[in-house]
Design a binder for this molecule. Structure first.
Ligand SMILES: Cc1cc2nc3c(=O)[nH]c(=O)nc-3n(C[C@H](O)[C@H](O)[C@H](O)COP(=O)(O)O)c2cc1C
Length: 206
């Protein structure tokens, strides 16, 4: 049963943001499909999450229990964001492409939630994801086109996000692209294409 849906948004462009516009359409479909789920919105443009500092690193990665205890306060934000992710059955990540990758706002969230002992662990057989059984939907807005064509190898958003989600155990990932926003002949179709992609998403119970 899908009990909680976490929507992480990274664009600072408010109502002008294509990724937010499409994430809202997705949200409307999800609310129809899962009316009883709890919806949690993590707005990274409002949050301004900090980069990892020395204390936080000790608190979330140290093997030394005393060091972890001494820096416990610094782990609070990571504790909260990690718990929010682990309590969710479906994670929506809506992001622009910036310089062929993700905005640092989103990277800061990733650095706080990809945490040893919480969302992954080092097991005998290698790294084991601890966020298994969840699903994810990526909403990616870009000026160019990256699903196909000469710029496809320049896409460090979709492959990276899929890799990092797989690392923590989330392998059921779908992507909705809003692309060609800076390509005059394509811009008019960008939003309608993304809306169609939303209607075609497979949304079985997580
Ligand atoms: C700082 C910055 C960097 C960008 N870099 C790229 C890029 O590398 N490739 C691309 O196709 N579009 C790029 N764009 C265009 C955005 O991806 C596009 O405007 C998209 O709509 C942004 O998402 P949003 O509308 O949700 O904010 C960039 C835009 C900005 C502001």
């Amino acid at each position: 049963m899908t009990k909680q849906i976490l929507v992480v948004s990274a664009s600072p462009r408010g109502s002008e943001s294509a990724s937010r516009t499409i994430a809202q359409k997705l949200d409307a479909r999800l609310r129809k499909e899962f009316p009883d789920a709890q919806y949690v919105y993590r707005d990274l443009a409002e949050d301004h999450l900090p980069h990892l500092d020395g204390s936080t690193l000790k608190a979330i990665t140290s093997q030394d229990a005393k060091e972890v205890e001494e820096n416990r306060e610094a782990a609070r934000l990571s504790d909260k964001l990690t718990a929010e992710l682990l309590a969710s059955d479906l994670v929506v990540i809506a992001t622009p492409m910036w310089n062929f990758g993700i905005p640092s706002l989103l990277k800061a969230w990733i650095d706080l939630v990809v945490r040893p002992g919480r969302t992954f662990r080092y097991a005998e057989a290698g790294v084991e994801g601890l966020a298994r059984g969840k699903k994810a939907i990526l909403v990616i807005a870009s000026g160019g086109v990256f699903t196909d064509g000469p710029w496809k190898p320049w896409d460090y958003v979709d492959p990276y996000l899929r890799q990092i989600l797989k690392f923590i155990g989330i392998e059921d990932v779908q992507t909705v692209r809003v692309e060609g926003l800076n390509v005059p002949p394509l811009v008019a179709a960008a939003i309608p294409n993304a809306e169609r992609a939303i209607s075609e998403l497979a949304l079985a119970e997580a």
